[in-house]
Design a protein around this ligand. Structure first.
Ligand SMILES: [Zn+2]
Length: 387
């Protein structure tokens, strides 16, 4: 079958790439940031606010959706897009990361991961094949392979064994994914024909293992490639170096996705090293904790200094929160525990992230990315967190 998924590289500026991903639910300009919609909802946000902030694609978490309300229920509702009422592109992770970080108990075997739900303790087994089937029923535009997520720090031997197992699982995921094009083989009818599948490069902080992983995954062949197992506690410089060297070896004509990163400065630094796609809970989670990103540095809105501050959060921001409300009011809402505090703060943080990506794309198009990058990092380092 032909897949409507494609990637077009429009321009480069140094290592930075300007491109466009096409999916069954429309296009995504890259470099792109994907807000995390864990339960089929970006926390504290309405979809229309996520769209207004400029998000062209959101991420859903397979682990959560599989446990509740269940992939089969979602498929009976017409798939994830129809169920949640989001018409733009979506990506689902494989569930592996949450099994490693959330599940009550887990046993990893060659066959797959056995774990107990954090909701009710029920026991489940997620194999590579099952991860593909679940994501096929959910029907996001991009599905991820099941990989083994390693704790940081890990020894080289542990990282090597984990990377090799992830490569074997990637092959099983690809075999199953190709078989789902023929429902008679798997019994699974994909909710979204034309779904793409990305492989995930592992190997910890060991570049030779990363190289081996890239060779294995590109040998299998996927529509795009993610770099996993970074942004897990290693120093920024290590993440940048591994992401950059790994990206350099990935196919030029396919998208590269750095999973789980990061701060605004991480995004700029990793775009400089050839990354096209990002996701992170940081803008949404920090917003709910009162930590706000602005062009003038980070603001902790709980700080008493904002109690009578009539300025907007960020005078340079065009979001609805900054257009209408003062720091004093946002602090009041936060201190009073109002639900609107989470919403207004998340509107701003997501707008800041997505506007940063827009400025990155504009700079690459104008071939002024390095100037943009230097200015961005100067302001980020000059203005540390205010509390
Ligand atoms: Zn704003």
């Amino acid at each position: 079958m032909t897949t409507p998924f494609s990637f077009t590289l429009a321009a480069t500026d140094g290592g930075a790439r300007l491109g466009r991903v096409e999916t069954p639910h429309g296009g995504v300009e890259t470099p792109a940031f994907m807000p995390v919609g864990t339960q089929g909802s970006v926390k504290a946000m309405l979809h229309r606010d996520v769209e207004a902030a400029g998000a062209e694609i959101v991420l859903g978490n397979t682990y959560h959706l599989f446990l509740r309300p269940g992939d089969e229920l979602i498929q009976r509702r017409g798939g994830l897009h129809r169920f949640i009422g989001w018409e733009r592109p979506m990506l689902t992770d494989s569930g592996g990361f949450q099994i490693f970080s959330l599940a009550e108990r887990r046993v990893i075997r060659e066959e797959g991961a056995e774990f107990q739900s954090h909701l009710d303790g029920s026991t489940h087994v997620l194999t590579p094949e099952r991860a593909v089937d679940i994501q096929s029923r959910l029907g996001a535009d991009i599905a991820m392979v099941l990989d083994e997520c390693l704790a940081y720090p890990a020894t080289r031997d542990a990282a090597a064994a984990s990377m090799q197992r992830s490569a074997r699982w990637a092959q099983r995921c690809r075999d199953r994914f190709m078989a789902t094009h023929n429902a008679a083989l798997t019994g699974v009818v994909p909710s979204t024909p034309g779904q793409a599948q990305f492989g995930i490069v592992q190997g910890g902080v060991f570049q030779d293992l990363r190289d081996e992983s890239v060779a294995a995954l590109t040998g299998i062949g996927f529509e795009g490639y993610a770099i996993g197992g970074l942004s897990v506690g290693e120093p920024s410089e290590v993440m940048y170096a591994i992401a950059g060297e790994t990206a350099r070896q990935l196919p030029v004509d396919q998208p590269r996705y750095l999973m789980g990163a990061g701060t605004p400065a991480d995004l700029v630094e990793c775009v400089a090293r050839g990354i096209d796609m990002f996701d992170c809970v940081m803008p949404t989670r920090n917003a709910r904790n009162g930590q706000l990103f602005t062009s003038q540095g980070r603001i902790n809105i709980r700080n008493a200094r904002y109690a009578e501050d009539d300025r907007p959060l960020d005078p340079a921001c065009g979001c609805g929160t900054c257009a209408r409300h003062s720091r004093a009011y946002l602090r009041h809402l936060y201190m009073a525990g109002e639900m609107s505090a989470a919403t207004l703060n998340t509107v701003h943080n997501l707008s800041y992230y997505l506007d940063t990506m827009r400025r990155i794309r504009d700079a690459i198009a104008l071939r002024t990315f390095d100037t943009f990058r230097q200015g961005f990092l100067r302001s980020a380092s000059r203005l540390a967190l205010d509390s």
